[in-house]
Design a protein around this ligand. Structure first.
Ligand SMILES: Cc1cc2nc3c(=O)[nH]c(=O)nc-3n(C[C@H](O)[C@H](O)[C@H](O)COP(=O)(O)O)c2cc1C
Ligand SMILES: Nc1ncnc2c1ncn2[C@@H]1O[C@H](COP(=O)(O)OP(=O)(O)OP(=O)(O)O)[C@@H](O)[C@H]1O
Length: 337
């Protein structure tokens, strides 16, 4: 897949993405040429979403019907995402999905459920949703209404039972809550892959190399759900080097820094990653809170202890990194400029 993948793929009404496998279409009328659709928001592509999406994975005339923006964003309930639009596309494409159809939320938000179905889904043959799916004006449309309409209109309806983990129903809302509270292990369990952030490398105050802790820094994108300030272990994925890494998220109070950064540190390696190059950090676990140390020596002493935590977790972290790369294509996550 080439770099063109990222270049404004949502701008046009019909757009072929990357090498041509995934086509993104924005519709405000009847959906054509797609026989099976999986319907919903799909912000995080969690374990429940994956069960639904398997119905159209590798299916030529199958597609995903989703919204732009997501209803919860348009209605002001949600400001950040687990996956950005680009990252969702990476996941869809990696799953072998051919078509993404986006409904402009503004155009459909006031439609009665039956009006919506007749206007948009007249030509679709099979509809796949989860048990808790709701749609139409004020989300008044539910599964029983959808069943009735499908019977009347000779459509095939597949309603998937809700996927749970340890008795908890998997949902994007729950995942975000875990991330906000630094419970990255639980977020990973519900997602089926580690939570991550990607972005271009930026420079910090260049103190790190002087104190023996050289870091690769990222600004926290406002689009992504924010974990608490603190030190994490996890992994760095880059085009230069990939593997277990520590990360410090916050303002480095020891040095009274003003900027909030995610600083990624690989013990024993000073990485030669150029400014602007895209890197990814995958979170395994919250290790400790960020502290204000009396001097650089005591900070470095603490970081040496953090390195021991990283070494202990390294085998699990490697496995999680590989899990991510099974579900999201590497070339898509890390485009070379
Ligand atoms: C593993 C790790 C843990 C860190 N923990 C703290 C901390 O507890 N308190 C703090 O003030 N800074 C902490 N930092 C941030 C360092 O202060 C920072 O990397 C250093 O000031 C270099 O910053 P620079 O990239 O802006 O030059 C940590 C950095 C790393 C890599
Ligand atoms: N745990 C689950 N198991 C199976 N299907 C699910 C699950 N959660 C959601 N779905 C289905 O996936 C589709 C997309 O749902 P949606 O994106 O609204 O899910 P969500 O993750 O519950 O989001 P949020 O928590 O923000 O409401 C819908 O058809 C929905 O019914």
């Amino acid at each position: 897949m080439g770099n063109s993948w990222f270049l404004g793929c949502w701008q046009d009404k019909h757009r072929r993405v990357g090498d041509g496998a995934l086509v993104v279409t924005v519709v405000d009328d009847k959906i054509e040429k797609v026989v099976t659709i999986v319907f919903g928001g799909f912000e995080s592509i969690h374990l429940g979403h994956r069960r639904l999406l398997s119905h159209v994975s590798g299916v030529n005339d199958g597609g995903v019907l989703t919204f732009e923006p997501l209803p919860k964003e348009a209605l002001g309930y949600s400001e950040s995402r687990v996956l950005t639009d680009d990252e969702r596309l990476c996941a869809f494409e990696s799953m072998g999905i051919n078509q993404i159809i986006k409904l402009p939320f503004e155009k459909i938000k006031d439609l009665e459920p039956e009006t919506f179905l007749s206007r948009y889904l007249e030509d679709v043959q099979t509809i796949v949703v989860g048990e808790n799916f709701r749609f139409g004006r004020n989300a008044v449309g539910d599964i029983s209404l959808l069943k009735q309409w499908c019977q009347l209109n000779r459509k095939n309806l597949i309603v998937e039972p809700l996927v749970s983990v340890d008795g908890e129903i998997v949902s994007t809302k729950a995942i975000k809550n875990y991330i906000h509270h630094g419970n990255m292990e639980r977020a990973m369990k519900l997602l089926g892959y580690p939570y991550f952030i990607r972005g271009p490398r930026v420079h910090g105050n260049r103190i790190g190399s002087k104190i023996g802790v050289p870091t690769v820094n990222l600004h926290w994108s406002k689009q992504k759900t924010r974990p608490p300030y603190g030190v994490y272990d996890g992994f760095l994925l880059s085009n230069q080097w990939s593997g277990p890494a520590l990360a410090s998220f916050g303002k480095a109070p020891t040095f009274d820094r003003k900027d909030v950064l995610l600083e990624i540190y690989v013990p024993g390696i000073d990485l030669n990653i150029g400014a602007g190059e895209i890197v990814l950090y995958g979170f395994h676990r919250f290790v400790r809170e960020e502290k204000k140390f009396p001097d650089a020596t005591s900070l470095v002493q603490q970081i040496r202890e953090d390195e021991n935590d990283l070494a202990k977790d390294a085998p699990l972290i490697e496995a999680e990194m590989n899990q991510l790369l099974l579900l999201f294509s590497r070339a898509c996550l890390l485009p070379s400029r």
